[in-house]
Design a protein around this ligand. Structure first.
Ligand code: ADP
Ligand code: MG
Length: 457
């Protein structure tokens, strides 16, 4: 078995066990550099892939390698950008759009090209973005793009609900890319603005100039592309701009409030282009991440709040970061003026409107149970029962885990909710799932899916 054959076998297994987005992100352009008796060295295109493979997928890769070479017990990743033999590339097994150009960056050297108004706001930086489980994939892809645009993840399509950091990530990518290479021609704009410019150009018979403004870019960042829905002419013009940039190995980054398949009346050819690159979703931050976000914002504004206030805000405002930030800003502005710090009851009072809206959509143990039961196709009564069959034990443990993690229910309360069990049962189940997630990204993906369903109930 050659190294190439072995790696194809490993990739085949990985592809079945993790999501397509993760697979494409982390395993694209990887290959075995050397294989010794007990050690495998894998070449990866960048530091992010190195970290993920070594941290998250190490065990699984090793397990898979050992099916063929049982003595291998250690894995190391090295960064190697140019692959000598392209037949080893993952592209041979990942289905991609047919016109895929050679993915090498064609960023022109600094030249006399006129500079472009990049339209970026430097308030948005990677440094002030908090990374949590809800956005780590999108964040890593953006960071990688900012270092080597047009090479690995093209196009990048980030999607998720409002106020969850999409614009922040897109703008940070542009800002950071320019910092890394000031000669890059980057343009950020919303799809709405793109459409308005297009309409304007058509009215003034300047459609050609319009297109020329775009195809000369190194990185095009388009925010809120769901705006394309139902706009045939814009879709057509955008398709040509997209193709031209893509064929020349230029980077395209897109965001949307939903996945391409859920944008109504999006032309098939555009949908397949969007889906043919890297797709990463951003979800709602968990409690820990919300606490970290508040902490970071306070540090930026050089304002202090008691821990109990931070906890209170993080626990009660969880739908989106924009709301959390809004509530925090209101508190900071008010109390900076007064030159004092608020008490918890001041904060409770000040935030009662936004919190009552959050409450109406509040996540409850019942919603969690329903979502889990549906996903595993068991009855809620079975989760409550004493049944010890695997089919029921797993959903029970997952429900316990989510009640602790997402609504911070105490272990005794969880025990009660889940059919009058002892709190030690709840602790055991929580820890078991927590540990399992570390080594099992299938479970992680399943949890994501279950969480997405919460809102439907
Ligand atoms: P979206 O584009 O998804 O609607 P934004 O990027 O506009 O959301 O984010 C809303 C606000 O929340 C912005 O001010 C942004 O800086 C902030 N924000 C969102 N996510 C994070 C995060 N993970 N860390 C720090 N700030 C965040
Ligand atoms: Mg936005």
């Amino acid at each position: 078995m050659t190294n190439n054959e072995l790696w194809q076998a490993v990739l085949g297994e990985m592809e079945l066990s993790i999501s397509k987005a993760s697979f494409t992100t982390w395993f694209k352009n990887t290959f075995i550099q050397t294989l010794q008796k007990d050690k495998i060295v894998v070449a990866v295109p960048n530091i992010f892939a190195k970290e993920w493979l070594e941290k998250k997928y190490k065990q699984r890769i090793l397990d898979s390698v050992r099916h063929h070479f049982p003595a291998v017990n250690s894995l190391l990743c090295v960064i190697e950008t140019e692959e000598k033999d392209s037949s080893k590339s993952i592209d041979s097994i990942v289905t991609r759009s047919p016109e895929k150009p050679k993915q090498s960056s064609k960023i022109a050297p600094p030249s006399s090209r006129p500079s472009v108004d990049n339209n970026l706001n430097n308030r948005y930086m990677f440094e002030n973005f908090v990374v949590g489980a809800n956005n780590e994939l999108a964040f890593a892809a953006c960071q990688s793009i900012s270092e080597t645009p047009g090479t690995n993840y093209n196009p990048l399509f980030i999607y998720g609900g409002v106020g969850l950091g999409k614009t922040h990530l897109l703008q940070s990518t542009g800002n950071s890319a320019i910092k890394n290479n000031p000669s890059l021609r980057v343009r950020y704009l919303s799809m709405e603005r793109f459409t308005n410019e297009l309409v304007d150009a058509i009215q003034k018979s300047k459609a050609k100039e319009f297109k020329n403004n775009y195809i000369d870019l190194d990185i095009l960042i388009l925010d809120d592309v769901q705006f394309l829905a139902g706009k045939e002419k814009t879709q057509e013009e955008f398709f040509h701009v997209f193709e031209s940039l893509y064929q020349h190995g230029k980077q395209i980054i897109l965001s949307s409030d939903r996945a391409p398949k859920s944008i109504p009346t999006l032309e098939d050819r555009l949908r397949s282009r969007f889906e043919g690159g890297m797709m990463a979703d951003v979800g709602k931050p968990d409690l820990e991440t919300r606490v970290a976000i508040i902490g970071k914002k306070l540090l930026e504004k050089q304002f202090e709040l008691d821990n109990e206030i931070i906890e209170y805000l993080a626990q009660h405002i969880y739908h989106n970061v924009r709301e959390l930030e809004g509530a925090l800003n209101k508190i900071i502005v008010t109390y900076q003026l007064r030159n004092t710090n608020p008490s918890l009851s001041d904060v409770v009072d000040m935030t009662k409107d936004v919190i009552s809206v959050n409450r109406q959509q509040e996540l409850t143990p019942k919603k969690i149970l329903k979502s889990v039961a549906d996903f595993y196709d068991v009855k809620i009564d079975e989760i409550f029962s004493r049944c010890r069959k695997k089919k029921v034990v797993k959903p029970r443990q997952v429900a316990i885990y989510l009640m602790r993690k997402d609504i911070n229910l105490s272990f005794p309360d969880i025990g009660q909710t889940i059919g009058g069990r002892d709190h030690s049962t709840a602790i055991y189940a929580f820890e078991k799932i927590e540990k399992e997630i570390e080594n099992n990204s299938i479970l992680e993906d399943q949890l994501k899916f279950i969480r997405e369903k919460f809102i439907d109930y």
